[in-house]
Design a protein around this ligand. Structure first.
Ligand code: NAP
Length: 245
């Protein structure tokens, strides 16, 4: 039997990129997936793909930084599937701008999507996991949250915050059967046009190549299944050697 057979996952930002790859990986393991994205068409396209793979999936579009939207996302997921076993806080945005030129709106939006979004989704899924006495929460951080990045202060601060959030939440809920961990990928090719900075980062990687979505998916599957049951508040790093802890 597959490791995640019969489980239900809610994955944010799964309309494309790493989130979509994790959704496909989970479906291969027998998981039903609620696909969130701020772009409803992208979420629906992922659902179509998951169903073509033989999976069960539901589009739950909405902005993770908007609390009423998150409440609807969770309500619709529970309405369709009855429970949520796995939450992947993946939705994200990234822009390059030095602090001296950054608007407060750009700062606020980046922090809101990554950090407020992860908090809100967790806040509204957690009561159901606590009631069930089990659950897996996987927060997608970044190597930038560990090493920083010029032009990425807002993003790096949000991702460092995700790591602190992961540890704190793990301290609160681990004894209630809920496992909380993070993944901090290095530079991953996602199909979006790669920036000059992306190429520079890749050129400096010990492994000598960019990461692929499939370099991240096995870590998500591992953290979602019981093979990782002794991992608590950890940040796992599929990063090509960009950061060595
Ligand atoms: P991506 O291809 O841009 O996918 C992210 C998805 O999240 C997009 O579909 C995006 O929609 C959606 N999204 C943005 N804001 C949202 C919101 N407020 N509510 C719901 N969905 C929202 O990015 P990715 O590269 O796969 O990144 C996924 C996660 O991995 C992010 O947290 C990112 O920071 C992290 N990460 C990525 C890398 C990398 O090199 N790719 C490295 C380390 C960490 P729109 O396209 O409409 O904005």
């Amino acid at each position: 039997m597959s490791r995640l057979q019969g489980k239900v996952a809610l994955i944010t930002g799964a309309g494309r990129g790493i989130g979509r790859g994790i959704a496909e990986g989970f479906v291969r393991e027998g998981t039903k997936v609620a696909v969130n994205d701020i772009d409803g068409q992208a979420a629906q396209a992922t659902v179509v793909r998951l169903m073509e793979m033989g999976g069960e999936a539901l589009a739950v579009p909405g902005d993770v930084a908007d609390e009423s939207a998150v409440q609807s996302i969770v309500r619709e997921t529970l309405g369709r599937f009855g429970h949520i076993d796995i939450l992947v806080n993946n939705a994200g945005i990234a822009t390059y701008v030095p602090v001296a030129e950054m608007s407060s709106a750009e700062w606020d939006r980046t922090i809101a999507v990554h950090l407020r979004g992860a908090f809100l989704c967790t806040r509204h899924v957690l009561p159901h996991m606590l009631e069930a006495g089990r659950g897996k929460i996987i927060n997608i951080a970044s190597q930038r949250g560990q090493k920083g990045g010029a032009g990425l202060a807002h993003y790096a601060a949000a991702k460092a915050g995700i790591i602190g959030f992961t540890k704190s939440l793990a301290l609160e809920v681990s004894r209630h059967g809920i496992h909380v961990n993070a993944i901090a990928p290095g530079p991953i090719r996602t199909g979006r046009p790669a920036s000059e900075r992306f190429h520079q980062t890749v050129a400096g990687l010990p492994i000598g190549r960019a990461g692929e979505i499939e370099d991240v998916v096995p870590t998500a599957i591992f953290l979602a299944c019981d093979d990782s049951s002794f991992y608590v508040g950890q940040t796992l790093c599929p990063n090509g050697g960009d950061v060595m802890l």
